[in-house]
Write a protein that binds this ligand. Structure first.
Ligand code: ZN
Length: 279
């Protein structure tokens, strides 16, 4: 195994131009902020396990969005609840949803506007991840092609409205069906983790000081699901979900990464409190 790896590196060295080595001497200049993109109070978290693991339990989920700067380019990862919920509270099914501040408003605290966001990365097409997407119609959409196709071809009026600029072809998007290297330097990778939706994705961010961080998307909604493999009843594919659980934890262990579950209130403190950033 050791010999194989050495050989691999040697081959890469032969194939790489000298300029690539010059760039490698300085690590990418990266930082990440966590934005508050809403709160969801759940009257019943039973549907988050098709094995009846959580029947009768209630819960609170926070909605996290993340801004990642690489040099002078920015990625917004997930777009939270709709801005129309600002200052109100809406109950749908088991969820009571609320939003204190919009993403655009919070960006102002760190000297940014939506126009600064180069890439809009979406983990999947559910409403609590795309609510404010249309505020970023000038950004290039990064979303797995299987989720884009689902929104385009299926009966999803609210997702079709939220993603209209890209579905119509007016706004730019990048077509990918597996992992995607956001900035082209390996520092931020969209990881294909299907099962919650057909094209569901997680995000790996390699921070220079903090180390690798894994943002879950909705692969997990709360910590307990890592331990007992709770698969939501509304996931599009159970087998894909289990395979994604396995891959995600393999990556976590191999890279000694920090997992941040985007909907778990207990995970907020894993990153610095906004407007501080993780370096
Ligand atoms: Zn969600």
């Amino acid at each position: 195994m050791k010999t194989m790896r050495k050989f691999g590196l040697g081959l890469a060295a032969l194939l790489m131009p000298a300029a690539a080595f010059a760039q490698d001497t300085s690590a990418p200049d990266i930082e990440m902020w966590r934005l508050d993109c809403g709160t969801m109070i759940l009257s019943d978290i039973g549907p988050f396990s098709d094995g009846h693991l959580y029947d009768g339990e209630t819960g609170t989920m926070t909605v996290g969005c993340y801004v990642i700067r690489n040099g002078d380019r920015y990625l917004l990862w997930d777009a939270g609840l709709s801005g129309q919920m600002l200052g109100t509270s809406v109950t749908q099914w088991i969820f009571t949803l609320s939003l204190d501040r919009t993403i655009a408003d919070q960006l102002g605290d760190i000297g940014l506007t939506p126009e600064n966001i180069t890439f809009l990365g979406l983990s999947h097409y559910h409403d609590d991840h795309i609510g404010q997407a249309s505020d970023f119609a000038a950004s290039t959409l990064l979303m797995n092609r299987r989720d884009i196709a689902a929104v385009r071809d299926q009966e999803m009026p609210s997702a079709q409205a939220a993603l209209a600029p890209w579905i119509s072809g007016d706004a730019e998007s990048v077509d990918f069906g597996r992992d995607h290297d956001v900035f082209g330097d390996g520092s931020v990778m969209i990881l294909s983790m299907p099962g919650h939706t057909p094209g569901h994705s997680a995000l790996l961010v390699r921070l220079p000081e903090t180390g690798p961080v894994l943002l879950t998307g909705d692969l997990y909604h709360f910590r307990e699901q890592i331990e007992n493999y709770g698969v939501p009843v509304f996931n599009t594919d159970r087998a894909d979900t289990l395979a994604s659980f396995e891959r995600f934890l393999q990556i976590d262990q191999a890279l000694e990464a920090m997992i941040v579950i985007q909907h778990d209130p207990g995970d907020i403190e894993r990153l610095p409190a906004f407007p501080e950033s993780a370096r």
